[in-house]
Ligand binder design. Sequence first.
Ligand SMILES: Nc1ncnc2c1ncn2[C@@H]1O[C@H](COP(=O)(O)OP(=O)(O)OP(=O)(O)O)[C@@H](O)[C@H]1O
Ligand SMILES: [Mg+2]
Length: 268
Amino acid sequence: MTTLIRARGLTRRYPAPTARLFGPRAFTTGLEDADIDVREGSAVGIIGESGSGKSTLVRLLLALDAPTAGTIEFDGRPVDAGASARSLHWLRRQTGIVFQDPYASLDPRMSVGRIVGEPLWALGIEGDRRARVREVLEDVGLEPDMAERFPHEFSGGQRQRIALARAIAHRPRVLVGDEPLSALDVTVRAQILELLGELRARDGLTLLLVSHDIGVVQNLCDEVIVMKDGRIVEEGPTEKVLLQPQVSYTRRLLASIPVIDPGVGGRS
Ligand SMILES: Nc1ncnc2c1ncn2[C@@H]1O[C@H](COP(=O)(O)OP(=O)(O)OP(=O)(O)O)[C@@H](O)[C@H]1O
Ligand SMILES: [Mg+2]
């Protein structure tokens, strides 16, 4: 199977808030020396305590931030996060992202149709864009006519569907979710989880999912990456990592999070 995303030695250091006058330059480690291979069509979960570098990692992989060191290839093509917005169009066309907060991530002044269609216009995607917006709204379980309405008219769960519709409107090959389900209640979470599984099965979408929720990872992901202090400390098939963690940090992390539902293990 094709390796869609390959990163080597990926590192991101942030300047420390209080710079020292003398001595070595102070910095905070966001990510340190990460190697990653994401196979096309796979679903990879990223877990780790707060501040372990999960968001830093996915931002770098999508060239939303530039690494201090290291390389990234997307489908064999080098990714240069420092390049102009236009010269990153090829990458933007193939990737989509959903964030945690369905309230903060949608511009309240824009109609749902404009929000969802925005990537189609911004990336110069050909075809009947209005029709595509209606189609993708249906894909995420909303009414096509909702395109005329505004975000404040929707519940949190509906807004997250809108955010998801926008992330997949341009038919990306990879969808990245940075805690996309955390702000939702259990029922809505289950619905969106099911939806992601369907999109994956139907369109062969590759998923990269940051989550605190082990149930979500177990349900959707076939591989898991475990992060601590900016480093990948364990990775492997989901059942293996969740049921037989090799590293004591992973064991502690899993113990600190409730539910592991054995019923959803064993999916291939
Ligand atoms: N823009 C930034 N400037 C300075 N430090 C940052 C910045 N973004 C992240 N960091 C630091 O990098 C480290 C990793 O942060 P990151 O946001 O990737 O963690 P995370 O695993 O996503 O955490 P959470 O689960 O809380 O979202 C943390 O120490 C954080 O303080
Ligand atoms: Mg984060």
